[in-house]
Every structure is written in C-alpha cells, then in structure tokens.
Ligand binder design. Structure first.
Ligand code: FEO
Ligand code: CA
Ligand code: CA
Ligand code: CA
Length: 657
C-alpha cells in the first residue's frame, strides 16, 4: 500500500491506498461468481434489466432463484441494447420524431397502422420485457451455485398476457372497481385480468414457498392519480417519453390502465403455470418490499413500505387465522382482511389505523399540512371527489373543504365494496387523510424469529412529494431534515401479528461516525441471518457517489444540512449485529462496482452463500475496469479519540476526502 499521508480534514486521516478496481469487492476468504446477467436466456424470454429483489427458494428436489427486474436505465439501455440483445430498435428515428413534441407523445391515440406508433410499440415492448419477474432454477455444485434450467424457468414480463394469454390474476376488494367498467371512465376491457407487472423493486418470501414481488415506481409507466370518474386511469394521461436519458410511459402505447399497477404480486416459483396474482387487499402504492409473519392460530400479518418522500408503512391483517404455517393454501389468506397504516407517536408507541370507509378523516391533519407547506407537504384525496381529481392540499381552502368529510368513505363514490376498492387503489392518499405517519422513504422490511419487524428508511430529505414527520425522523443531534437514513425496529404489543398497537425504536442510524452515524448512508434492502444479525445494503443515488458536498436531493430540493459530506464511496453491504459484544456497530462487508446499487440480499439456509443483485453498474459512465478507481482505507477519529476504519472506492486522483 502506498502511504499518501494525512489530509487537511479536521476529523479524518487517510492512511493508505489499495489497488485500482471497478468490481464487487468482498472480504478475504470470500469469492463471488455471476449466476445470470441481462440478456441470458430464461425459458422463452430473457433475463431482464436492473435486477433488484433476489430470493433463494430451497427445496429438496430443486431450488429456485426468483429475481425482480425493476426498470431500465434509459441511457445505458439504449446504448447497449443492440450488443446484448442482438437486434436494433428505432431509437434515433423515434427521438427525432418526438423532438418537436418535447420528447413525448400519446402513442395510444395514434391509428394502429401509423409507422411511428409501430416504432414506439417496438421500443416500449422491449422495455417492458426487460422488467418484471424471473424464475431460474439453480443447484449447488462444488460449493458454487449455478443455473440448471428446468421447465419452471420463466419470465413474467411487463407485457405478459398482451400477446400470449398469460394474464396476471387479481384478488381482493379492488376487483370490484376493475369489474365496474360502466361508470369508471377508462375501460381496458379486461375486467379482473391484468397485462404484466413492471417496476418490480424488492419483495419477500412466504413460509409456504411463494414469493411476493413489489411494484414500486409504476407512475413512470402508467397514470397514478385516482379520480372518481376513472379518467385518471386513462393511459393517455401518461404519454410515452423518449429522450437521450429516458424511456418512460411504456404502458401508454398498449393502453395499460393505471389502477392495475402498484400492487403486490404473488408467484409460486415451483408452479410453471403461475404467472402471478396481484393481491389488492395489500394496497396500491409504491411498494418497496414486503415482510410476512405467519404464526399458527393467529391472523397473517403482511408489512410493506411505500417508498416515496412522506410515504407510509402498511400492514395487512388477514380475516382468517393461519392453520399450518407452511401450507400453500395460505395464499388464500391474502384474499380477505384489512389494510392498516402505521401512526407513530414520539414516545415510542404507535397504532395501526384501518383504511376502510368508516375510518375518520383526521381532523388535525389539514391545518398541519397548511403550516408545513413546502416541507412536510401531504397530498390528500380530492375533497371535492365527485368532481374528480386529486389535489395537493397547499391552501387553506382545500384544508377547509376536506373538513366537510367525516370518514374516508365520504371521499369516494360507490357502494361499500367499491368504496373499499377505491381506498385500496388510492391507499397513499387515503392514508394521508386518515393521519397515518409520513415517513422517510420506507424501503425494505424484514421480520426476525421473535416476530419483530425491521424497516429501512433510506432518506429523510423532503421533496416534491412531501417529507417525513419531523418529530420522528431526526438525526443524532435532532437534525431535520436528515438525509442518511435509519433502521427501525417495530414490535407488536403482546407479539400478536393482529395487534392494533406497537412499540418502535430506531436501532441504527446512517451518517458519518464522526457525526454520530454508523458509517453507512441510505440503507435499503435488509435480511436476517440465522444468528440474528441484520444484513443491509445501501442505495445512495449515483450522483452522490464519491462526491464532496452534494447540495441537492434527487428531486432537486436544496439540502439545508451543513454536514452533508458525500464521502460514502460506492454502495456497499453491511452487517449489523443486534446482540453480543458488537451490537450497536455496523460492519462493512462488500463494496459494489462504480455507479451501482447493491440489491437483493438472500442467504442460503446453510448461511454459506449470499445472493446479491448488482443493479445498474456504470449507469451513467459505463463500466470502468480500465478506468482508474482505487479503494482507500480511511481511519476516522472523533474529537473524543474514538477510531473507525472504512474502505471506500473513489476515482483515482480524486482529491477525496
Ligand atoms: Fe426500488 Fe425504493 O427502491
Ligand atoms: Ca433500485
Ligand atoms: Ca430499494
Ligand atoms: Ca433505494
């Protein structure tokens, strides 16, 4: 190692540099191998793009990896598509045609034989095929897991059903809305059938051998807002967009209805005929992931966070009790129950608030919203719902108008089941109206053997969508906003999955050790190992990697915090011991290549293998094996003499830190 000496930083010293590398770095004694990559063949389709969730489902005869393909990084996807897929798409032609229209068009409205429509459909289709869910069979040979394809290997894509009849199914109260085509404006003619799944971020496994895949940022492809007349679900409200950086609105050319995305999808990897079921009782919002708790003789509890600024934490509780924990019939428990949102009190207690037509509209909320305008902005269902549309409550008039309504049911039209269906479709806004706590972008959720829930909050910065509750989401010195993230532990009272009250505490804090954090930034996916250690991967946005002082969030908001240093290198994997001598620490395990997000985190049952997804490596600058990148070891000392050591990857020659 080359000693480059002390730096000018007051609290940090750089001791040495290591070799130049743009790769996944694992500790000594570990090695990694690539199991599958974009473009590899999977059944009659291909391994998709930007894999996020990875789950190993082990069984005696065969094991499966279920993988989510979240989205496409427009720029890199367009540049590398021909060489990976072996065919060309008319990107340049469509870009030129759209240039005079600001890069977007309602291709849905174009006549079928219009050449531009056909070109757009070809691009949208490939982008949708690269999203969704994949099932690949794997087995362990000589201590290494590798693909051993079986008949179950298949893709569920963003266009499953469009041409092949492999529609996804739906259950739950929102089906009443899907089937009520006469009064709801836009009608996709499919009733309960659904074309495809996309923007599949993280997910979870069930004790009965299925996986749940979370549809997150569906608003990039189809319309998100809800209106009483259904017109907001009309695909023409979300036009097809193609610029140098983006390919969005891919649902538009095919007329995909907005209310059929943003759900949780259950798939049985072992059943080759299963192309997925969207369980609408779990709510429609920007689902990040899911954690399932099944206790014999108790109702099933399913937790999930909505990853948006000011998004909520939800729990579904089944109507019936679990009889056998590992029984595949438990899927049926997801078909009837109730959805709740978490209200956190600053004293460490909390309640679950039912999202049903009888729930009271929070009488306090509208005035808080008005005071908080711009920072803690909360979007509520349109108080004048019968006229259609959702408004952002930013004016006194809106807040006062909302007070006319006593219950959530008053905000929606239809009979009781239709109102319930509309609340599930509009879950985020209904939860806002019910006074559910606005959070700091809740990402992954996982439960331990004792039934405690762990939630990663990735970022406390506010944005156009709103921001977190400032009483709850504070930094080590009470700072708000606090960007670096938290991990929370939530324990149901009496450990009862169906409990309506709970206790919560933040157990790990992101940020520089010198500032009171544990050394990571922006926690995202979580996994428990069999010793009760919490594994975590980080997701700093690429623009914040290896940089000195980012002053704006992804949404372009000014960050007021003075101590944002951006010194966290590349995204990384960590172990957080929850008991024993190291509890309270966070130990770095692996560092990802340049410009990637580390996702997945699935441990084999023998705890010897860890499955990771390396999402969007080189997403703006391309892979840089030949570019000079170095790993530097930092020794940081706090002012009271405590020492912390970390490795970080930085571009060679950068003057970091
Ligand atoms: Fe797709 Fe919230 O991560
Ligand atoms: Ca991601
Ligand atoms: Ca995530
Ligand atoms: Ca994230």
């Amino acid at each position: 190692p080359l000693n480059i000496g002390d730096t000018a930083s007051d609290q940090m010293q750089v001791y040495s540099t290591y070799e130049v590398i743009d790769d996944l770095v694992v500790p000594e004694g570990y090695r990694y191998s690539v199991i599958s990559a974009w473009g590899d063949s999977v059944g009659d389709s291909r391994f998709g793009y930007n894999n996020d969730f990875v789950a190993l489902i082990e069984a005696e005869m065969m094991s499966f990896l279920a993988v989510n393909f979240e989205y496409i990084s427009g720029k890199t996807w367009m540049q590398t598509y021909p060489e990976v897929i072996g065919q060309s798409l008319p990107f340049a032609e469509v870009k030129t045609a759209l240039a005079s229209r600001g890069g977007e068009i309602n291709a849905f409205a174009l006549p079928k034989n219009n050449p531009l429509k056909q070109q757009i459909e070809a691009i949208a289709k490939e982008g949708l095929i690269d999203q969704g869910i994949g099932v690949i069979s794997v087995s362990k040979n000589n201590d290494s897991w590798e693909r051993t394809p079986l008949a179950q290997d298949r893709r569920i894509t963003g266009i499953s059903g469009l041409e092949d009849g492999r529609y996804l199914q739906a259950t739950g109260a929102a089906v009443a809305i899907f089937e009520k085509v006469d009064k709801l404006g836009y009608d996709d003619q499919l009733q309960v059938r659904i074309i495809g799944t996309f923007q599949n971020c993280a997910g979870g496994t069930t004790p009965w051998g299925t996986i749940l895949s979370a549809e997150e940022n569906f608003q990039a492809q189809v319309p998100e807002p809800v209106m009483a007349d259904g017109s907001s679900m009309d695909p023409s409200q979300q036009p097809f967009v193609l610029t140098d950086k983006k390919v969005d609105g891919r649902g538009n050319p095919f007329g995909l209805a907005g209310n059929k995305y943003g759900w949780m999808v259950e798939v049985d990897p072992a059943n080759a005929q299963d192309y997925g079921t969207k369980h609408t009782w779990l709510g429609r919002y920007r689902h990040e992931a899911v954690a399932v708790r099944a206790v014999k003789g108790k109702p099933l509890a399913v937790y999930s966070g909505c990853d948006r600024r000011g998004g909520h934490l939800y729990k579904f509780v089944s109507q019936d009790n679990v009889y056998k924990v590992a029984d595949k019939a438990n899927s049926g428990l997801l078909e009837q129950g109730m959805l709740y949102g978490a209200k956190l009190n600053s004293d460490g207690t909390g309640q679950w608030i039912a999202l049903n037509p009888d729930t009271a509209v929070d009488p306090v909320l509208p005035s808080q919203v008005v005071e908080d305008e711009g920072q803690g902005l909360v979007t509520l269902p349109n108080p004048d719902r019968q006229a259609g549309g959702i408004v952002k409550v930013t004016q006194d008039a809106d807040a006062i108008a909302l007070k006319k309504f006593k219950t959530l049911g008053d905000l929606y039209i239809g009979n009781a089941i239709e109102k319930q269906g509309a609340i599930l479709i509009d879950a985020h806004f209904a939860a806002n109206a019910a006074g559910v706590t606005c959070m700091a972008r809740p990402e992954d959720t996982t439960v331990n053997d004792q039934g405690a829930l762990f939630v990663a909050f990735t970022s406390g910065s506010p944005g156009g969508d709103g921001g977190p509750d400032k009483q709850i989401f504070t930094g080590p010195e009470g700072e708000t906003p606090y960007e670096y993230g938290w991990i929370m532990k939530l324990e149901e009272d009496k450990r009862d999955p169906g409990s309506m009250t709970f206790r919560w505490a933040m157990i790990a804090l992101g940020g520089e050790p010198a500032d009171g954090g544990l050394g990571f930034s922006n926690p995202d996916n979580l996994e428990m190992d069999s010793n009760g250690n919490l594994w975590m991967v980080t997701d700093m946005s690429t623009s914040k990697h290896n940089q000195e002082i980012p002053s704006r969030t992804e949404d372009g908001e000014q960050v007021s915090q003075s101590n944002l240093r951006g010194l966290f290198g590349n995204n990384s994997a960590w172990v957080i011991p929850l008991s024993g001598p190291d509890s309270g620490k966070a130990v770095p395990f692996a560092i990802g290549p340049m410009e990637c997000e580390l996702c997945g985190l699935s441990l084999s049952s023998d705890q010897k293998s860890l499955f990771l997804a390396i999402q969007h490596p080189g997403e703006t600058g391309g892979m840089r094996q030949d570019m000079a990148v170095e790993t530097r070891q930092l020794v940081m000392r706090t002012t009271d003499g405590q020492e912390f050591t970390q490795q970080r990857q930085v571009p060679l020659g950068s003057n970091w830190p």
